[in-house]
Design a protein around this ligand. Structure first.
Ligand code: PMP
Length: 288
């Protein structure tokens, strides 16, 4: 069941409406965050709020409220939600304006918060590993749209997702314009080769994922060598292990990429990191 708040006010599903002239709808002009709450507390809330602020700053969008009132609005939605565990979408749109893309014409940005449950893959894929394809749709290059901006423009990810759906796969891997691995359509990708945990750099088109950051931290604590570096499909096909991470996705092992079987799925490194992630969820400091 979904719970809504618009501009800081809780509202019913019937009341959760925005005008059709909102530039978030007309032009995808806005930014968002996806957060997850466990026992009614948001994991890495502070990091999510900072990323939202950075995304907004990068597109010259003034947030409609302070960081503190945003925290309160999120808390209120969690409190009103019937779920103790779930997913929260925070959206900030440019707001209502006349037709024409000029953002100066929009006076007030708008805050939308939605809480719900979210499942990204089947239980089968979560346990035994997901099947991925390599999408022909490329991730936009950083000099076109910086991958660190979590904007309302997800069309190229949606095109890649359509390719995965058409192939009957669980998810698609997106490459950047030069053929390096960027990420999944809504998650970051990791591989393990010879005991080293490797993930694409943000400059190669990966979102600076909050879960990605958590995983790198857990790995370092476990003394697993980590590398953020450019990766190719060859690296994926020859990896010992592969997995996806994201706030929505959490941790998903990968068993097959473009018809090539991954050696171990779920593998031993994934197992240790997943255990570390579970431990983190017991830690108060992770919910600041
Ligand atoms: N990449 C993309 C394109 C995403 O939409 C997401 C989900 N927010 C991720 C990666 C994973 O990032 P995070 O761990 O911050 O949710």
């Amino acid at each position: 069941m979904q719970t809504f708040s618009i501009d800081g006010e809780l509202c019913s599903p019937e009341e959760a409406r925005i005008p059709v002239t909102d530039h978030g709808l007309l032009y995808g002009d806005g930014v968002f965050e996806g957060l997850r709450f466990y026992d009614s507390r948001v994991l890495k809330l502070s990091a999510h709020l900072t990323r939202l602020q950075h995304s907004a700053a990068a597109i010259g969008l003034e947030l409609p409220c302070t960081r503190e009132s945003l925290r309160s609005a999120i808390d209120a939605v969690i409190e009103a939600s019937p779920h103790d565990n779930g997913y929260i979408r925070v959206v900030v749109t440019r707001g209502v304006g006349p037709l024409g893309i000029d953002p100066r014409q929009c006076e007030n940005s708008r805050l939308i918060i939605i809480a719900d449950e979210l499942t990204m893959v089947t239980d089968e894929a979560r346990i035994n590993g997901a099947r991925l394809i390599i999408a022909s749709t490329r991730r936009l290059a950083g000099d076109q749209l910086d991958s660190r901006i979590k904007s309302l423009n997800y069309l190229n990810q949606i095109l890649a997702r359509l390719e995965a759906n058409a192939a009957g796969a669980d998810e698609a891997v997106m490459l950047n314009a030069s053929g390096h691995i960027a990420e999944g359509t809504a998650d970051n990708i990791f591989i393990v080769s010879k005991g080293v945990l490797r993930t694409p750099r943000t400059i190669d088109g990966a979102l600076d994922g909050i879960t990605r950051g958590i995983i790198l931290e857990i790995a370092r604590e476990l003394s697993i060598e980590t590398r953020e570096e450019s990766l190719t499909t060859f690296d994926l096909y020859t990896a010992d292990e592969c997995f996806l991470t994201g706030t929505g996705a959490e941790l998903i092992p990968v068993k097959e990429i473009a018809g090539r079987k991954i050696k171990q799925s779920p593998g031993p490194c994934f197992g240790k990191i997943q255990q570390g992630f579970r431990e983190l969820l017991k830690c108060d400091a992770a919910f600041m």
